[in-house]
Design a protein. Structure first.
Ligand code: PMP
Length: 355
């Protein structure tokens, strides 16, 4: 550790993103990317932006995308904040709404970026273990001291908490912020957006990386009360007021405007997910009920670590969880039908060798 480092750097344990590979020969089912390309309208919008506008700065207040998202979610445009991927929106939210000395709570296991942000911004936290069936321990999230954050559906389990549960958590935390990270909500669960009409301590964070196939362009957003959005703008404008580039802004608008394509690709992924669940079960895996674009699976006889390694040897990447309570679990992103077919062919061989 370097003596010249700031205290912030010294206490920071950076997040390690999932393994990255380029190349057609790999089947990449480890970071919950969408197997389908973005809407064709996105490519048209990108082309136009590339030919005419790249020499100019983007709008620092991206009004068109904010208006488009406001219409989509039936909120007003000043309830929408847009950032460079939801990771950035989450980081700004930690800065804007959580304070040192007031511990926040979040479930364990959950999205592994939360402890990183907590360390970076000196926020202490208590983790709430999941229940035996891997659902959230809802009551333990009531009455936090400094606020609450959780993904819904949760990651890496994929299990969604019904809206009534989210409402109780928000309502029991009056005066403290509850951040619901809805990165995977489009894959079949209820959004908490309608609760915004009644609660001003709720912030919802979304991403275009998963359901809209735009992970490469980094677009995330938050929806909340106008005061909360103002707080996020204060942070952003004190940091990098042009945080979203022109290509991302144009692509975001085009994607939201192609509702049919969005609906079709979501349905295809849900269908593949449900088929994949059945195949896993037929191979002896336990599979948690998923409302996301991944499945969290466990085989009673085959160590997950070993499966991860053997699949990697066959150029298939999945995610293995090394946290004590989930040691034996794999998280498998739903790929295209063809990718899943190849995945299960290889998995079938491995399971046969082990059992
Ligand atoms: N929240 C959760 C729960 C996630 O799994 C992810 C993706 N790893 C993100 C947020 C961040 O997504 P992005 O920064 O690509 O918008």
């Amino acid at each position: 550790m370097n003596a010249l480092w700031s205290d912030m750097v010294k206490r920071t344990e950076p997040y390690t993103p999932g393994e990255h590979v380029n190349g057609e020969e790999w089947i990449k089912l480890n970071t919950n990317e969408n197997p389908y390309p973005p809407s064709p309208r996105v490519f048209e919008a990108l082309q136009q932006e590339l030919t005419s506008n790249l020499r100019k700065y983007p709008e620092s207040d991206p009004k068109e995308l904010r208006n488009t998202l406001a219409e989509l979610h039936q909120v007003s445009a000043d309830q929408v904040f847009i950032g460079n991927g939801s990771d950035e929106v989450l980081a700004f939210s930690f800065m804007a709404f959580f304070s040192p000395g007031k511990p926040i709570v979040y479930p364990a296991v959950t999205y592994s970026f939360y402890p990183t942000y907590a360390a970076l911004f000196n926020i202490s936290y208590d983790t709430i273990p999941l229940q035996e069936d891997f659902t959230l321990d809802e009551k333990a999230l009531y009455k936090s001291e400094g606020g609450v954050i959780f993904p819904n559906p949760n990651a890496p389990t994929g299990i969604a908490l019904p809206l009534a549960g989210v409402e109780r958590i928000v309502s029991e935390n009056q005066g403290r912020i509850v951040i619901v990270d809805e990165a995977y909500v489009d894959f079949c669960s209820e959004t908490a957006i309608p609760l915004l009409e009644r609660f001003d301590n709720l912030l919802i964070i979304r991403t275009m990386s998963k359901s809209r196939s735009l992970a490469g362009l980094r677009i995330g957003y938050a929806i909340g009360s106008t005061e909360m959005i103002e707080a996020l703008n204060r942070i952003k404008n004190s940091f990098n007021s042009y945080t979203i580039d022109r290509l991302a802004l144009a692509a975001g608008v085009a994607s939201v405007n192609d509702k049919d394509y969005f609906g079709d690709t979501i349905q295809a992924i849900i269908q593949t997910r449900e088929q994949a669940k059945k195949i896993f079960e037929s191979l002896g895996f336990t599979v948690l009920p998923s409302a996301a674009n991944f499945l969290f699976v466990h085989h009673p006889e085959i160590p997950a670590k070993q499966l991860h390694k053997s699949l990697k040897y066959k150029q298939i990447l999945v995610r293995h969880f090394s946290k004590p309570e989930t040691e034996e679990w794999l998280r498998v992103t739903i790929g295209s039908d063809d990718e899943m077919k190849q995945f299960f062919e290889k998995l079938f061989e491995l399971v046969r060798m082990w059992t």
